[in-house]
Design a protein around this ligand. Structure first.
Ligand SMILES: C[S@@+](CC[C@H](N)C(=O)[O-])C[C@H]1O[C@@H](n2cnc3c(N)ncnc32)[C@H](O)[C@@H]1O
Length: 280
């Protein structure tokens, strides 16, 4: 999703007892019209999908990593298929695993529209990336979109165990991680973004420097001027420093082979691609 577009920044009112974020104020304005949901459920998934990007540095880096060796790919937290679909289009066999039935419904709908030869190479699995057992191994396992941040420490430990159980000899586990790249940026940003379907959205992110979590709020920018419900998606996710992540990977038995910065230096969202293998 396009969380890294140039922000229209704003400071927040941190007076005790005050409404502390721009997002909270916007939602308060909507009052009873606000229909709250997560980013990946029945109401939120279509908005998330509308904002998905396909030609971006992360997608390109993950796909070019996969191109270094043949074989099937396990796409973890695959969602509606931002990586799965181009991998299939490139001729790969892909297992797409995600927890959300609503996100997987969007993937299945995209597969239904795709050529039969692509569809036949895709296995869709509803499952938890922190505890899965597919009974086979893969030369490539991906966890993109910095989705590692959706797991707590126990979940991440389970993820590393499950990944090791599914990594073929010499296989690679590639994952992306998100850190704050601007030390003096504002606590909260608000951007207006337009989805593929032409709908404009307001996207708020509250992420004080040094915080161990950040929250994202997404809602349509121009709801009708009546009393109809307005979908408001919110999500709070963990922030895991690269040093902590690398220590966890090493302790779990995964060696980091390369680190690739995917965003320009100083940008608020600093995304790093780690390529790992099972420690020999
Ligand atoms: C940021 S989205 C990424 C989706 C897709 N990779 C993309 O780039 O559009 C995160 C995805 O993780 C999924 N997810 C959240 N927790 C999960 C879990 N424990 N196991 C598997 N998937 C999970 C969500 O349903 C959502 O589809």
């Amino acid at each position: 999703m396009t969380t890294a577009t140039a922000p229209t920044t704003a400071t927040t009112d941190t007076a005790p007892g005050a409404t502390t974020t721009l997002a909270a104020r916007r939602v308060a304005e909507l009052g009873a019209r606000a229909r709250h949901c997560g980013l990946y459920d029945r109401l939120g998934a279509p908005l998330y999908q509308d904002l998905a990007t396909y030609d971006d540095p992360e997608t390109r880096a993950l796909l070019s990593g996969v191109r270094t060796a043949p074989g099937p790919v396990l796409d973890l937290a695959a969602g509606a298929g931002r990586f799965t679909l181009p991998l299939l289009a490139g001729g790969r066999e892909v297992t797409a695993l995600d927890l959300s039935a609503d996100m997987l419904d969007l993937l299945r709908a995209a597969l239904d529209r795709a050529p039969a030869s692509m569809r036949s190479r895709c296995t869709v699995v509803q499952g938890d990336m922190s505890a899965f057992a597919l009974g086979r191994r893969f030369p490539h396992i991906l966890l993109g979109t910095t989705s590692l941040s959706l797991l707590d420490a126990d979940g991440r430990a389970g993820l590393y165990r499950s990944v090791l159980d599914h990594l073929a000899d010499g296989g690679r586990f590639r994952l992306t991680a998100l850190e704050r790249g601007d030390d003096d940026g504002p606590d909260e940003t608000a951007v207006r973004v337009t989805g593929a379907g032409g709908t404009a959205y307001e996207l708020y992110e509250h992420w004080p420097a040094g915080a161990d979590s950040r929250s994202v709020t997404l809602l349509p920018a121009d709801p009708p001027a009546d009393d109809s419900p307005v979908t408001v998606c919110t999500d709070r996710v963990a922030v895991i420093g690269l040093d902590v992540l690398e220590a966890e990977l090493a302790a779990a038995g995964l060696t980091v082979l390369t680190r690739e910065l995917l965003t320009p230096p100083g940008e608020r969202h600093r995304v790093t691609l780690l390529t790992t293998e099972a420690t020999r």
